[in-house]
Design a protein around this ligand. Structure first.
Ligand SMILES: *[C@@H]1O[C@H](CO)[C@@H](O)[C@H](O)[C@H]1NC(C)=O
Ligand SMILES: *[C@@H]1O[C@H](CO)[C@@H](O)[C@H](O)[C@H]1NC(C)=O
Ligand SMILES: *[C@@H]1O[C@H](CO)[C@@H](O)[C@H](O)[C@H]1NC(C)=O
Ligand SMILES: *[C@@H]1O[C@H](CO)[C@@H](O)[C@H](O)[C@H]1NC(C)=O
Ligand SMILES: *[C@@H]1O[C@H](CO)[C@@H](O)[C@H](O)[C@H]1NC(C)=O
Ligand SMILES: *[C@@H]1O[C@H](CO)[C@@H](O)[C@H](O)[C@H]1NC(C)=O
Ligand SMILES: *[C@@H]1O[C@H](CO)[C@@H](O)[C@H](O)[C@H]1NC(C)=O
Ligand SMILES: *[C@@H]1O[C@H](CO)[C@@H](O)[C@H](O)[C@H]1NC(C)=O
Ligand SMILES: *[C@@H]1O[C@H](CO)[C@@H](O)[C@H](O)[C@H]1NC(C)=O
Ligand SMILES: *[C@@H]1O[C@H](CO)[C@@H](O)[C@H](O)[C@H]1NC(C)=O
Ligand SMILES: *[C@@H]1O[C@H](CO)[C@@H](O)[C@H](O)[C@H]1NC(C)=O
Length: 383
């Protein structure tokens, strides 16, 4: 069941690889496999909404590696090991990002900080593993996107949904839409939005909980880098990176990267941006309830989680005012992409620093000539 054979030379996409009757997935549930072929390696992205939605990244050192699914076992979710990347000896790195919960709290003190909010102000979280989803794939020559939208049968989600849009890339670039994260062939992007959900309180704010599952032998940390340049994401001078490194090594093998900003409109203008912040990484002692993650990880995976909360202290705009919030994260392997100065900025800096320098030099030369000339005029009569 090939959805589309993209004309990209190196990237291909497949829905439910190898699934044949009588095995069937529940309605709205799918497993999307995106394969990027390198010269001597392969990068597999697997996106699945059986249970909590998850994105699994597997990097192999072979161009022949393939995804094998034992569908009856995968569908039954009865045991691990039903999804493998073969040959298993070629796997260099694997890591999964799982969206587990949406937290909602009544921000009566207006701190926009779940950690400063009394537990009694939290509503029961939305468990994404219980959502009902739709899955759409659209692919053309330059874009591959998969959109998952889900909700539950409650009043809050009557007109609302939580959506995740996955994109894979055949080349380096950045989205036109803010936050315009820089991406490359080793990365994929997840754009998440919460649209039209009826909040349970007048001062409701939301936080998104996600977890990362990786093999033992790797450890994670969240770094925040600052920049003096905000040209791609106006007013945002920071980038956060949850990176994964081999134990006792500083080399980065995989990452989740985001900018600390969320937007309150689908096509945001400057005023619709709101800061977001992440909580501390915490170790979670249970593997998340994602069919994909449970099927892939067999021996003692490590799970860590954090919350991204939207809004800022004394922010007068609550969720009920816009009924929309969106946030974007880049998921990939290797070193995370870094923003670099654009040609325009380099010209501005050059002109900005160069002009005073040129004035100083020209001025200095001019003064020196004047001095020489006045000296000569002083000494001339003596000679
Ligand atoms: C890929 O493999 C070929 C031969 O197997 C080798 O010559 C080449 O250096 C490798 N390239 C990289 C980037 O490792
Ligand atoms: C699913 O797993 C259970 C045990 O966990 C087993 O009893 C049942 O027969 C399995 N169903 C299928 C369709 O394989
Ligand atoms: C791939 O990596 C494994 C170890 O992870 C190594 O044994 C194997 O030789 C590597 N294969 C190639 C083609 O580099
Ligand atoms: C509001 O702030 C006060 C004082 O800091 C604190 O005692 C109280 O628990 C907070 N209320 C909520 C709902 O977080
Ligand atoms: C591919 O699809 C995206 C969105 O679906 C659209 O923005 C883009 O223009 C399309 N590209 C081509 C080459 O058709
Ligand atoms: C998926 O496509 C169907 C039919 O085109 C549409 O009704 C549905 O809203 C789409 N869902 C998403 C999540 O885009
Ligand atoms: C959902 O939308 C319909 C029609 O727009 C409206 O009548 C209804 O009140 C909305 N329900 C909620 C819970 O917002
Ligand atoms: C992508 O990953 C491959 C394999 O690790 C590496 O050779 C290549 O330089 C990376 N490309 C970018 C743009 O980071
Ligand atoms: C929300 O605001 C409305 C109107 O301002 C008020 O009637 C209602 O009681 C408030 N609800 C809560 C839960 O505070
Ligand atoms: C990492 O370093 C610590 C202390 O330096 C050492 O005890 C541990 O065995 C090392 N772990 C690995 C996997 O090398
Ligand atoms: C996210 O926030 C909620 C509410 O404060 C908390 O119960 C939960 O443990 C947090 N999750 C993580 C992974 O930190």
């Amino acid at each position: 069941r090939f959805v589309s054979s993209l004309s990209w030379s190196q990237v291909s996409v497949e829905l439910n690889p190898g699934l044949t009757p009588p095995s069937v997935l529940p309605p709205g549930v799918g497993l999307v496999h995106v394969r990027g072929l390198g010269l001597n390696d392969t990068l597999h992205f697997l996106l699945c909404n059986a249970g909590a939605p998850a994105l699994l990244v597997v990097h192999t050192n072979s161009t022949q590696s393939a995804v094998q699914v034992d569908w009856p076992v995968f569908i039954n979710r009865s045991s691990s090991g039903s999804l493998r990347v073969e040959p298993q000896s070629s796997v260099q790195y694997s890591s999964a990002l799982v969206f587990t919960r949406v937290w909602e709290y009544d921000d009566v003190n207006n701190t926009a900080d779940p950690q400063q909010t009394a537990e009694s102000s939290f509503y029961p979280p939305y468990e994404l593993q219980n959502f009902l989803w739709t899955l759409n794939i659209s692919a053309n020559q330059s874009d591959l996107t998969v959109t998952l939208c889900g909700g539950e049968k409650t009043e809050s989600f009557l007109n609302g949904s939580l959506c995740l849009q996955f994109s894979a890339f055949e080349s380096e670039g950045r989205d036109k839409a803010w936050p315009s994260l820089r991406h490359n062939v080793n990365s994929s992007q997840l754009h998440v939005w919460l649209d039209g959900v009826t909040p349970r309180g007048n001062d409701s704010r939301f936080a998104l909980e996600f977890q990362s599952v990786g093999e033992s032998g790797f450890e994670g940390r969240v770094d925040v880098h600052s920049s003096i340049d905000d040209e791609y994401t106006p007013s945002i001078f920071k980038v956060s990176q949850w990176v994964s490194s081999p134990v006792n090594s500083s080399s980065v093998v995989g990452y989740n990267q985001w900018k600390p900003v969320a937007y309150r409109k689908p096509q945001p203008v400057f005023e619709d941006a709101t800061p977001c912040k992440h909580s501390q990484l915490v170790s979670v002692n249970r593997i998340p309830q994602s069919g994909l993650v449970q099927a892939y990880f067999t021996d003692d995976p490590h799970t860590y989680g954090l919350n991204i909360s939207f809004g800022i202290d004394k922010d007068p705009v609550f969720y009920s005012d816009s009924k929309y919030i969106s946030w974007t994260v880049l998921v990939g392997m290797g070193e995370p992409p870094a923003d670099s100065f654009s040609t325009l900025i380099i010209i501005i800096i050059t002109v900005g620093l160069g002009t005073p320098l040129a004035i100083i030099i020209v001025g200095g030369v001019f003064v020196w000539i004047r001095k020489r000339m006045s000296h000569s005029s002083v000494y001339e009569p003596i000679n």
